[in-house]
Design a protein around this ligand. Structure first.
Ligand code: NAD
Length: 292
């Protein structure tokens, strides 16, 4: 069994990005600039945005954190997005989700200039991705593709089962795995909460990508020997023995499933760190597209 090590792989990707940024500096070019908009004071969101800003510093990007209060109106946020769209110095930006309930998430995502949409959530980018055109691939699916590619996991002709159909992970993943090219050419089954006899389907899978948010949902008796497991889930499970009062669990019962798997991502240290690395990669691509 081989661990698909997201810490190691994301670190390599960040080093590659840093080399490109250094070259830009040597040539007197502007370095990529990522902005992150955070509305409200949700603890997990603050942590995620903080990690993204620190990652920018590590690779030599410029970063801007735009913090707005919980009571921000939809108009105020749309105004801010407009400013970021028009600011030539900013190559890409993200709006951290979830947003407070007075704000329509879809309206916000639609307002982002697709050429700066490094999260790849705008319908123009999603549509282009589905049509195999140049776009921004959402960071988490992009990270999963990179893990599969860099560990040379065979996907061609394999049966991939995706569990979960969210717009940011499951749905794009199902499209990408069926596409032509590396880490693609798979036969894909997309499953969700209305899927009947899920175990019968997962037992036929060569590759399982799990993104549903139920800790240790996938058990060993649901998979076949030699399966490749990608665990996207991140859940905080109360644990009094830990100083934080909780531990992070994935959607896979790692202990038992890893014994049958040929490749598996751990949680933490699998898909999570890849997501940030690919956000940086998308920002680098956004900068490069501006100059090419
Ligand atoms: P979501 O929470 O939006 O949706 C969950 C999906 O699971 C739905 O499509 C639902 O149909 C499906 N589902 C629920 N119960 C099911 C069942 N019993 N059988 C089959 N399908 C079922 O999904 P999301 O936003 O993709 O998040 C999923 C998990 O991934 C969460 O734990 C989230 O925190 C994590 N996540 C991690 C990263 C990362 O960088 N590692 C990124 C995004 C999300």
């Amino acid at each position: 069994m081989i661990i698909l090590d997201g810490n190691k792989t994301s670190s390599e990707i960040k080093d590659e990005i840093a080399i490109d940024v250094n070259k830009m500096k040597e040539h007197g070019e502007k370095v990529p600039h990522l902005a992150a908009v955070l509305v409200g004071d949700d603890g997990a969101s603050l942590t995620y945005v903080g990690s993204k800003v620190r990652a920018c510093e590590r690779v030599g990007f410029k970063s801007t954190l735009v913090q707005m209060s919980t009571t921000t109106t939809e108009d105020e946020l749309l105004q801010k997005i407009n400013e970021l769209n028009e600011n030539d110095d900013i190559d890409g930006f993200i709006v951290q989700l979830p947003l407070p309930e007075q704000i329509d998430e879809q309206k916000v995502l639609m307002a982002v200039d697709p050429s700066k949409d490094v999260d790849g959530f705008h319908p123009e980018n999603f549509g282009k991705m589905a049509l195999e055109m140049e776009s921004f691939i959402p960071a988490t699916p992009f990270g999963i593709l990179q893990l599969l590619e860099r560990y040379q996991v065979k996907t061609k002709g394999k049966h991939t089962v995706v569990i979960g159909r969210s717009h940011i992970v499951g749905r794009p993943m199902s499209i990408l795995m069926s596409q032509k090219g590396n880490a693609g050419n798979s036969t894909v089954t997309l499953t969700h909460s209305y899927t009947k006899n899920l175990s019968e389907i997962t037992k036929q899978a060569d590759i399982i990508i799990v993104a549903l948010g139920i800790p240790e949902f996938l058990k060993a008796d649901m998979v076949k020997e030699g399966v490749v497991i990608i665990d996207v889930g991140i859940s905080r499970v109360p644990d009094e023995t830990h100083s934080r009062g909780y531990i992070i669990k994935g959607d896979v019962d790692f202990e038992s499933v890893s014994k049958k798997a040929s490749f598996i991502t751990p949680v933490p240290g699998g898909v999570g760190p890849m997501t940030i690395a690919m956000l940086l990669k998308n920002t680098l691509i956004a900068r490069q597209r501006k100059t090419s």
